[in-house]
Design a protein around this ligand. Structure first.
Ligand code: ATP
Length: 228
């Protein structure tokens, strides 16, 4: 069964065709990279599949046709710069998220360990680096143990260490069997963490395939800087 299927999904903003007849199939356990330069339609695509942007035409199906409200409960999404209470500790911030999601205190500790912030759990959020804030945000998304995680440009603005930590974390989450959809404009990011990918250009899918086909010796797919 496909976790997610897009059939001719299209979004038009006035005269601008932001996403054009996009067809995709994402299966369980895949780490699927949506790769494309700024303005190629990645965020609009994520917005449509999260039911916050209304498609102009076409449709999508989660889990073989689950209702959008039910499907949304199965998805952890990190779309923007992390937003928590600055003067509360990481643990207090997660407690608020956990309360909303009805999760236990044990789960908060488990998640803090998973995202590498357990030792810093008593520190105020405002003292965190951007990378730590992003990891806390991923932690909040993991509290309800969703089978699917959506990440929009998760390493944007981070220093090299922060980038490496987030990429390792994504790989670890993927190893737990979660399906991950990652939007990125960085080819090396997709090569490092994804199993499958497509390239969007001006709202059109111009490539799709296995990441191994980019990195493998056969180099069946050649991506040049003009693609991105
Ligand atoms: P970025 O990495 O810069 O976020 P992206 O690949 O995610 O880029 P989108 O944000 O989906 O691309 O934008 C696709 C196109 O749609 C762009 O030309 C953008 O200016 C336009 N666009 C996005 N949202 C809107 C909106 N609400 N109204 C009008 N145009 C929009």
């Amino acid at each position: 069964m496909n976790i997610l299927e897009l059939n001719g999904l299209t979004k038009q903003y006035g005269k601008l065709l932001a996403v054009n007849e996009l067809n995709l199939q994402i299966q369980q356990g895949q780490v699927y990279g949506i790769l494309g330069p700024n303005g190629s339609g990645k965020t609009t695509t994520l917005g449509m599949i999260l039911d916050v942007v209304a498609p102009s035409s076409g449709d999508y199906r989660w889990f073989g046709g689950m209702s959008p409200i039910k499907a949304r409960q199965q998805i952890g999404a990190i779309l923007e710069t992390p937003c928590f209470y600055p003067y509360m500790t990481a643990e207090q911030n997660l407690r608020i998220s956990a309360h909303i999601k009805e999760c236990s205190a044990a789960k908060i500790s488990e998640v803090l360990k998973q995202v590498g912030l357990f030792e810093r759990r008593k520190d105020k959020f405002k003292t965190y680096s951007l990378g730590m804030k992003q990891r806390l945000s991923i932690g909040a998304a993991l509290l309800a143990d969703p089978p699917v995680l959506i990440l929009d440009e998760p390493t944007n603005g981070l220093d090299p260490e922060g980038i490496a930590e987030i990429r390792t974390l994504i790989q670890e989450i993927a190893q737990q069997g979660k399906t991950i959809i990652l939007a990125s404009h960085l080819l090396d990011e997709v090569q490092k963490v994804c199993t499958h990918f497509c390239i969007l250009k001006n709202g059109n899918k111009v490539h799709e395939g296995l990441v191994n086909d980019i990195t493998g010796t056969t180099r069946q797919i050649r991506i040049t800087s003009q693609d991105l």
